[in-house]
Structures are given as C-alpha cells and as structure tokens.
Ligand binder design. Structure first.
Ligand code: SF4
Length: 437
C-alpha cells in the first residue's frame, strides 16, 4: 500500500502543488500544533486550525443542513477575512478550512486565497461553481485543496441535496479539478441512505482511479431546523464506518481523513480538545460549525488572540463537555449546551433564531463515543501522525469523569426506536458508579 501511495505521489501529482501541501499544510501545520501544545502548557489558548464559514448562501437545499441558506445573504467581508487570517497566522496557524453555505458564491473567495500564499486552505464545496477556468485559477494559486461533497448515487444525491441533477454537476467540478492536477478530496456525510453505496471498497477504488487524493467520511448529524433524525446512523453503523476507515487507510493508496478518533481508536471531539473552533458567516466565534452559539465575534474590537484566550464560554464549553463525554456533545448532551448558553448569555447566531428550541427538541443519541468498542489504527503511518498531531492533548485525562457519561441509548424514548434496528447493548457506567446528568 505504501509503495502504491508513493507511486501515486510521484506519477500523478503536480510537484509544485505537492510541495505547497507538504510545506504549508504539513510542515507549518505541524508547527502550529506544537505551538498550540506549548500554549496549553502555559494555560493559554488559541486553536491551531480555524474553520471559517464565509457565506450563508447556497444553491442547494440539503437534508439536515443547519445553515440559513435561504435567508438574507450574510458573509464575512474581505477585510475581516484577511484580518482574521493574518491574526491567526501571527499565532503560528497555517491551515484554514473554508465552508459555507457554498464558499464559491463568495465573490472575493479567490482574491482572499491569493492574499495568503503562505497559508493553505481546504474549501468544502459542492463543486458546482468549479468551472475549468476556476480550476485553472486554483491550480495557479496552489495553496488550496477543494473538498467536494458527494452524497450518494444520482437518485440519493437528488434526495439528499434537494434538487435534480446535482451529482453530474458535482462530478463536472471534480473532473475540472482533477484535469488540472489539483490535489482534490471527496467527502461524504454518511447516513442511512448512502452508507451501502459509498462506504464500499468499490467506491474508494473508483475515487483512486479518478485521481482523487483523499477522502473524508463524516457521519450525518441531525441538527438544525429540519434535522431528519431517521437519516442518522445506528451505533452499529457508526462502528462499521470507523472499521471501514481504519481498513482503507491500511490497504488503499488514498489518504482518509477522520476527525473523531486518536491513534488508539479512542473517541474525541476536535472542538473540545481545542484543535479547532469555527467562525460563522456573521463573524461569530463558535465551538464548531453545528453549535450556533457564541459570546464573541471577530468584529469585536479586540485582537483575536485575546478573544480566544479570554472567552469563558469557549473555555467552559471545552472543560464541561470533556468532563461528561469523549463524543459529540450536540448529539449526546444538547442539555449541556443549553445550560452553558444560558449561564454565559450566549446568543443564537442564526437568522432563524430557533437554536434553543432546536436543542430542546433534540433526542440524545450515541456518537463516536461508545466505550469498549474502540478500533485502533492499523496503519503505522496514521498511528504516528495521530500521536504527533492529532490526539486529545491531555484534555480527557485532565477532565473526563467516566461516571458522568450518560449512555444516550439508556435514555432512548420508545417513539425514537427504529423498528428492526439492532443496537449494541446499553453500556454501564465505568467503575459501577451511578450515572449523573
Ligand atoms: S461538538 Fe460534535 S460536531 Fe462539533 S466538533 Fe465536536 S464532535 Fe464534531
């Protein structure tokens, strides 16, 4: 597998683009994580990776989307974008995730990317606006990797993304990137309707044949105004996706990203470990894209360094969540988020102003944390990389109290049980201690 990967790197890639990836995202990204570790030791905080949702508008209407895509357009203006990235670069950051809505609807996106040749950007996109001309520009810039979302077969894609013909337009965008030798990824939000089509070796083989450099299997998280919880994976399916990712990493010449497990397969949340936080289209500083609550903004008249370091809301989000679970707090403990928001007076950062009601209506469900089901990495290269740059940085050993974890399946209401679905047994709290809410 390693030889086949090396061959792909040598034969298929544009060496200039590869060098930019290795230097800007790899080396500088590594250094930004080391700077983060040093800050943590001194009791300071600034996340080494920032995700920026630069615009709310989108041409698609995906199931379970939490962004106000049909509302009045809100975007981060170019000056604010540049200021934010410059301040993060001053802290040693070099890698940024760009989300939307659909980021390519932001008219100044390419100018923004061009302003920062010393940083690397991953743009989460549906690919519809990546024309041959845009792809040529991306190649010329060299500091960007498009991460194009594919949500299933033609039929499932149309259903998932709310209009016909989505997949072929996405594949056109993907093709334009690959034609230009851009290092391109494909991501999928895995749910009940696409797991059987895409969590498959034949799909990964097809991506490799097309020249796709990396893939990312997110799992669907029912959130937002129309969460569609019936699409969410069962615990067994979550485990199947995790096993698939571990196996593909060890056997196929393609990079597979996942953000929820360390080298030993222990679950983690990258917002809780402080690896990343998110900035929304209105400039609000949030724990992660699906937690649309904030007490601070990039438009506050304070240096970003002071804003992140001084945010009591974000600090307590990280510490309180880490005490209760290694999984996803949104799925497992929406009540904790409500408590936290009320305590800190956090505002709903959406235009629909329904986030508190949405959290109240969320039925807790299992996420990546199911103790006793950990699947360690098989690939030594992934194990090494995770030990160096992707782990909990001591967060859970410092804060996690297993007796505080509440197994969401133990609280499942009869009406939320899916007929015929097999569930893993309810997990008992560690040390025989009583569960506390
Ligand atoms: S809170 Fe959930 S969705 Fe947000 S970063 Fe953590 S695991 Fe991911």
């Amino acid at each position: 597998m390693y030889l086949r990967m090396a061959k792909r790197l040598i034969v298929e890639t544009d060496k200039r683009l590869l060098w930019k990836l290795v230097y800007l995202a790899g080396w500088k990204g590594f250094r930004s994580v080391q700077a983060h570790k040093r800050r943590l030791k001194k009791g300071e905080f600034f996340p080494p990776f920032l995700y920026l949702s630069i615009i709310n508008s989108c041409n698609l209407r995906c199931q379970g989307c939490w962004v106000d895509v049909t509302a009045k357009q809100t975007k981060i203006d170019l000056d604010s974008l540049n200021r934010t990235v410059n301040e993060a670069k001053a802290m040693g950051n070099a890698f940024f995730g760009i989300l939307g809505g659909e980021p390519f609807l932001h008219k100044e996106l390419l100018d923004f990317l061009a302003t920062h040749p010393d940083a690397y950007f991953q743009v989460f996109t549906n690919g519809h606006f990546i024309t041959p001309e845009v792809a040529r520009r991306l190649k010329q810039l060299g500091n960007v990797t498009p991460l194009i979302s594919v949500e299933g077969t033609e039929i499932v894609s149309d259903q998932r993304r709310g209009k016909p013909g989505v997949l072929s337009k996405t594949m056109e965008g993907l093709h334009n990137c690959l034609e230009n030798n851009i290092l391109t990824g494909v991501c999928t939000s895995v749910c009940k309707t696409n797991i059987d089509d895409l969590v498959q070796e034949r799909w990964v083989d097809r991506l490799i044949d097309m020249g796709v450099f990396y893939c990312w299997f997110h799992v669907y998280r029912p959130m937002g105004p129309d969460p569609q919880p019936e699409l969410a994976l069962s615990t067994e399916q979550l485990r199947r996706v995790r096993q698939f990712v571990v196996d593909i990493r060890a056997t196929k010449p393609i990079i597979v990203i996942d953000a929820y497990h360390d080298a030993d397969g222990q679950a983690l949340c990258p917002a809780v470990t402080g690896f990343t936080h998110h900035i929304g289209p209105g400039g609000d500083i949030e724990p992660c894209p699906i937690i649309q609550l904030a007490t601070e903004s990039i438009h506050d008249q304070r240096p970003l360094r002071d804003v992140f370091n001084g945010s009591q809301f974000l600090r307590e989000f990280r510490e309180l969540t880490a005490q209760h679970t290694r999984g996803c707090v949104v799925l497992e403990r929406p009540d904790l988020l409500l408590q936290l928001a009320e305590k800190h007076g956090a505002r709903d950062t959406t235009q629909r102003q329904q986030v508190f009601n949405e959290l109240r209506a969320t039925q807790p469900r299992r996420s990546q944390y199911v103790p006793g089901t950990e699947i360690p990495e098989r690939s030594w290269a992934v194990r090494l990389a995770k030990r160096l740059v992707f782990n909990d940085f001591g967060t859970y050993s410092k804060h996690f109290a297993p007796q505080r974890w509440v197994d969401p399946d133990a609280t499942l209401r009869p009406q939320d049980k899916v007929p015929g679905e097999r569930r893993l047994p309810v997990v008992q709290p560690a040390h025989g201690e009583e569960q506390v809410r």
